[in-house]
Design a protein around this ligand. Structure first.
Ligand code: ADP
Ligand code: ASP
Ligand code: MG
Length: 417
């Protein structure tokens, strides 16, 4: 017997038929003798609808009430799945975040999980053989008693946190693709499914745009060493051979992976905007005068490029911010114009950050240089570059996104045979 967490995302619970299909997947594991906690997302498109309703009510709104509204999507699916399981003769009940409780911080809209008491769920397994169906994405800020949500894609984090809390043997993430691919398989048909990916690589992939897993779920998996297995909910449960490992990707410790390719995957994000501050004085303190106010405004600056000054007097400083913070970032720099001292701001919103990731880069030189050359051969201009030990990122015009990703995918030998 094993203890499992099974998480089903929005497209896996998109309608009643799909919820029945999920119930059959759960039944398969229960019949095999396992203790099961299920985490569900809202039905596909529901969270977007709820977010739109909140914005329609008022663009500037109380984030606590935003959470009260958007958490409701998961409440619906948890109840529906419990009903579908009961209809198959399986004891099951729904749990909202506050009922367990899943305790969170008070950062409404993107709260962090602080603590989960797994004891009531474990007791229900032992005493009643009951499947726990947990509403993902939500918890409670204990001090204020208010519902809090975990940020978009947060059900992944609910699932991994629960797996850690109940000491599950595995956390299966069921989604609409059958694993983690070398890049988004919907954009690059030649993308290849990975059997295994290291936590660190998945963390980079997720934070650089691969939305298959929420970033925080990987951070938690890494800290608590949860075995996360990404697989498809679209296989018919009856077709799965219980004696063979199903297709999917294990996210695990780097040491469990025998052979590392130099490059593991490519991620991209169009949610970026570029700001260039022209003709700032080339003297100490200028960068601080720009990035200090941005930090105070809680704006995450990502890529930073400072040109070498041609005359020793003035230079240009370019950086990127999340697209959602673009207007605020521009206004913040404009407000600090007196202290910074610059000629003008040039901005670009139609940009994309393409990132190449692999722990194998630690021990190989010249990986990025080959990428720069391949893009130049395609006439793709690179606006900014950042590198770290296991990845490099390039900012390019958004119009070239697919061409750039496909070019790099082929260059680094990632195309499937
Ligand atoms: P869910 O609703 O199950 O949480 P998501 O839509 O959040 O599913 O995530 C699954 C999607 O992530 C896939 O449909 C795919 O288009 C996208 N994706 C992006 N990058 C990757 C990747 N490297 N591997 C697999 N899927 C990816
Ligand atoms: N329903 C939430 C969202 O759409 C959480 C999730 O699906 O993981 O972001
Ligand atoms: Mg998701």
């Amino acid at each position: 017997m094993a203890r499992l967490v099974m998480k089903f995302g929005g497209s896996s619970v998109a309608d009643i038929d799909r919820i029945r299909n999920v119930a059959r997947h759960v039944k398969r594991e229960v019949d095999a003798g396992h203790e099961v906690a299920v985490v569900v997302s809202a039905m596909k498109g529901e969270t977007n609808k709820l977010v739109d309703l909140v914005r329609a009510a008022s663009v500037l709104h109380d984030q606590r009430e935003y959470d009260a509204v958007v958490a409701s999507g998961e409440q619906v699916t948890s109840g529906l799945l419990a009903i579908a399981l009961q209809a198959l003769g399986i004891p099951a009940r729904s749990w909202q975040g506050w009922q367990i409780p899943i305790k969170t911080s008070d950062a409404h809209g993107s709260a962090r999980i602080l603590d989960i008491d797994g004891a009531p769920l474990v007791k229900a397994f032992a005493e009643r053989n009951e499947v726990a169906v947990i509403a993902g994405f939500q918890g409670i800020h204990a001090e204020s008693g208010r519902i809090a949500t975990l940020g978009r894609g947060g059900s992944d984090t609910s699932a991994v946190a629960l797996a850690a809390a109940i000491k599950a043997d595995r956390c299966d993430i069921y989604t609409d693709v059958d694993g983690v691919y070398t890049t988004d398989p919907r954009v690059v048909p030649k993308a290849r499914r990975l059997d295994k990916i290291a936590f660190e690589e998945m963390l980079e992939m997720a934070s650089l745009g691969a939305k298959v897993m929420q970033v925080r779920s990987i951070e938690l998996g890494m800290t608590h060493n949860v075995r996360i297995f990404v697989r498809s909910s679209f296989d018919a449960p009856e077709d799965i051979d219980p004696h063979r490992p199903p297709p999917g990707t294990l996210i695990c410790d780097e040491t469990e992976i025998m052979e590392h390719e130099v490059v593991t995957g490519i991620a991209f994000s169009r949610d970026e905007a570029q700001i260039s501050v022209r003709n700032v004085e080339d003297k100490p303190g200028v960068a601080a005068s720009i990035f200090g106010p941005l930090a105070d405004a809680n704006i995450n600056v990502d890529m930073i490029v400072q040109n070498v000054s041609p005359d020793g007097k003035t230079t240009d400083l370019t950086f990127t911010v999340p697209a959602a913070d673009f207007e605020r970032a521009k206004a913040t720099v404009e407000t600090a114009r007196e202290t910074i001292g610059f000629a003008r701001l040039d901005v670009a919103e139609d940009v994309c950050k393409v990132s190449v990731i692999g722990v194998g880069m630690r021990s190989h030189a010249g990986v990025a240089a080959r990428g720069f050359r391949a893009l130049a051969d395609r006439g793709i201009n690179i606006r900014a570059i950042t590198t770290s030990e296991i990845k490099f990122s390039l900012l390019i015009d958004a119009a070239y996104t697919e061409l750039a990703v496909r070019t790099l995918h082929t260059l680094y030998g990632l195309d499937k045979a």
